[in-house]
Ligand binder design. Structure first.
Ligand SMILES: Nc1ncnc2c1ncn2[C@@H]1O[C@H](COP(=O)(O)OP(=O)(O)OP(=O)(O)O)[C@@H](O)[C@H]1O
Length: 258
C-alpha cells in the first residue's frame, strides 16, 4: 500500500493554476523524484504536502489520514519530515549538538529550559551521525564542515524525527558531482533500511536518473508523465517540455538527458 496518496491536487494564485489536478503516490522504501521546468508547480506541490500552503482542491493522505487543513507542525508530527539547511538553524553548535536539538524538538522538549542539549540524547545523536558517516566529526562546530558533510548532518537531523515521508527540496544543489552521488547513495540506503518514503525535487538530471525509483513530471501545473527513469527519458511529452520550450533544464543539466 502507498504511504502517501495525492489525488486531484489543485492550487491557484489569482487566475494562475499553479497546480492543476495532480495525482500521485509514494510507497515505503521509494524515492520519487518530482521534476519539471521552472514554474511547473513543484514548490507549490511540496508546500501543500508539508502544510505551508493550503490546497484549493483534492486530497493528500498519509496512511489514510487527510493532511489538507492541518498545520505544518501537525503534519510534521504525523511523520512528514523535510531536510532543511543547517545555515537556517544552528551553525555555531557542534555537529552532535545540532542532532541533539533535533531529537529534543522531536520529543517536544525544545523549550524546556532546564534541559541542556549537551546532556540530552548524546548517544542517540551519535548513532544517527554514525549512520551518515559523521560520528568522527561529532564535536566540531557545524560552521567549519565541508559542504558535503553539512548535507550529511542535515540528513541526520531530518532522521531524528523518524519521518515516514521525507521531503527533500533540491538536496544536491550546489554540490560537486562526487558529493552529489555520495549523498544520494546514502539517502537511498537510509530509505531502504528505515522503510521511509522520499519525495524530492531536483534539477540535476544525472542525480534523478541514477537514484529515483520513479519520477513524476509537471509542466504548467499538470502532471504530464509518470514512470521509471528509463520510461521518462524517452517520453515524448517530457522531451518536448525540456528541449522545446524549457529553458532552465538545458542550462542546469548540461544535456544529461541526452
Ligand atoms: N505565492 C505565490 N503567489 C503567486 N504566484 C505564485 C506563488 N507561488 C508560485 N506561484 C506561481 O505558481 C506557478 C508555479 O510555481 P512553483 O514555484 O510551484 O514552480 P516550480 O516548479 O517550483 O518552479 P522552480 O523550478 O522555478 O522553483 C508559477 O507560475 C509561479 O509564478
Amino acid at each position: 500500500m502507498s504511504l502517501l496518496n495525492v489525488t486531484h491536487l489543485g492550487k491557484s494564485f489569482g487566475g494562475n493554476r499553479a497546480v492543476d489536478g495532480v495525482s500521485f503516490s509514494v510507497a515505503k522504501g521509494e524515492l520519487l523524484a518530482l521534476i519539471g521546468p521552472n514554474g511547473a508547480g513543484k514548490s507549490t506541490t511540496f508546500n501543500m504536502v508539508n502544510g505551508q500552503l493550503k490546497a484549493d482542491t483534492g486530497s493528500i493522505q498519509l496512511e489514510g489520514q487527510e493532511l489538507i487543513g492541518r498545520k505544518p507542525r501537525d503534519i510534521w508530527r504525523l511523520g512528514v519530515g523535510r531536510t532543511f539547511q543547517i545555515a537556517e538553524t544552528f551553525g555555531s553548535l557542534t555537529v552532535v549538538e545540532n542532532v541533539q536539538m533535533a531529537l529534543l524538538s522531536s520529543d517536544g522538549l525544545l523549550f524546556s529550559m532546564w534541559r541542556r542539549a549537551a546532556a540530552h540524547k548524546r548517544d542517540e545523536a551519535l548513532a544517527l551521525l554514525a549512520q551518515v558517516g559523521m560520528a568522527a566529526q561529532a564535536d566540531r562546530p557545524c560552521s567549519v564542515l565541508a559542504y558535503g558533510d553539512v548535507k550529511r548532518v542535515e540528513l541526520a537531523i531530518a532522521m531524528a524525527n523518524r519521518p515516514k515521508l521525507l521531503l527533500m527540496d533540491e538536496p544536491t544543489a550546489g554540490m560537486a558531482p562526487k558529493e552529489r552521488n555520495e549523498l544520494m547513495a546514502l539517502t537511498k540506503q537510509l530509505v531502504i533500511e528505515r522503510g521511509i518514503a522520499v519525495l524530492f525535487t531536483e534539477h540535476s538530471m544525472d542525480v534523478v536518473f541514477a537514484y529515483a525509483d520513479r519520477m513524476i513530471v509537471l509542466a504548467r501545473g499538470r502532471l504530464i508523465a509518470e514512470g521509471k527513469p528509463a520510461e521518462i527519458r524517452d517520453h515524448p511529452k517530457v522531451q518536448e517540455v525540456y528541449f522545446g520550450t524549457g529553458k532552465t533544464f538545458e542550462k542546469k543539466a548540461t544535456g544529461a538527458m541526452a
